[in-house]
Ligand binder design. Structure first.
Ligand code: IMP
Ligand code: MG
Length: 179
């Protein structure tokens, strides 16, 4: 398997500055509750949170709809829940990538039941061609073609999360990952 750079560190950082400015301009004064979807969004969260200039709270949520390979298991489950209530809060879900939309449409349902003031989604990457469930993503970093990507938090079999660029993983057979 080989890696081909799709988005460089510089492109990613420049886009995140723009997203932070847009988020600051869109929300009324007051705190924003960032909900980071583990594990893939942890790098994006770290940079996006620092591009937002207002009071923020950071929460983590574990959701899994994928096995160890490249294809969805079709099954969504909460593997780690929030530590604090989001009732009355402006919630921004921070996700690495929207693919089928299965994960985020499920998560929107779960979080809306908790009576937040608002819930929006920020996703670094969007693969619109792959959508199975409609989901409104307010803040999108980059629309990308239907290719499997790794790096900047995204993994294949838990590998490659620490790459600084987003790369396409090439010549890989669809199936269980190495780990
Ligand atoms: P969805 O429920 O199909 O939208 O899946 C979203 C999740 O699948 C993301 O949070 C990622 O964890 C994973 N995923 C989807 N596409 C990719 C990819 O190209 N590389 C790595 N992970 C991916
Ligand atoms: Mg994920």
């Amino acid at each position: 398997m080989s890696l081909r750079i799709l988005l460089t560190e510089e492109q990613i950082q420049a886009r995140i500055k723009e997203l932070g400015a847009q988020i600051d301009a869109d929300y009324p004064t007051g705190a924003l509750h960032l909900v980071c979807i583990l594990k893939g969004a942890y790098v994006f969260l770290a940079d996006l949170a620092r591009a937002i200039h207002r009071e923020t709270f950071v929460e983590f949520m574990g959701i899994s709809s994928y096995g160890k390979g490249k294809t969805t298991s079709g099954e969504v489950k909460v593997t780690k829940d929030l530590d604090n209530s989001v009732e009355g809060a402006n919630v921004l879900i921070v996700e690495d990538i929207v693919d089928s939309g299965v994960t985020l449409s499920y998560l929107m349902q779960v979080l809306n039941q908790r009576k937040p003031r608002s819930v929006r989604i920020a996703a670094l990457l969007d693969k619109p061609e792959r959508r199975l469930r409609p989901v409104e993503v307010t803040y999108v970093g980059f629309k990308i073609p239907d290719e499997f990507v790794v790096g900047y938090g995204l993994d294949y079999g838990e590998k490659y999360r620490n790459l600084r660029d987003v790369c396409v993983l090439e010549d890989g057979a669809d199936g269980p990952g190495p780990g």
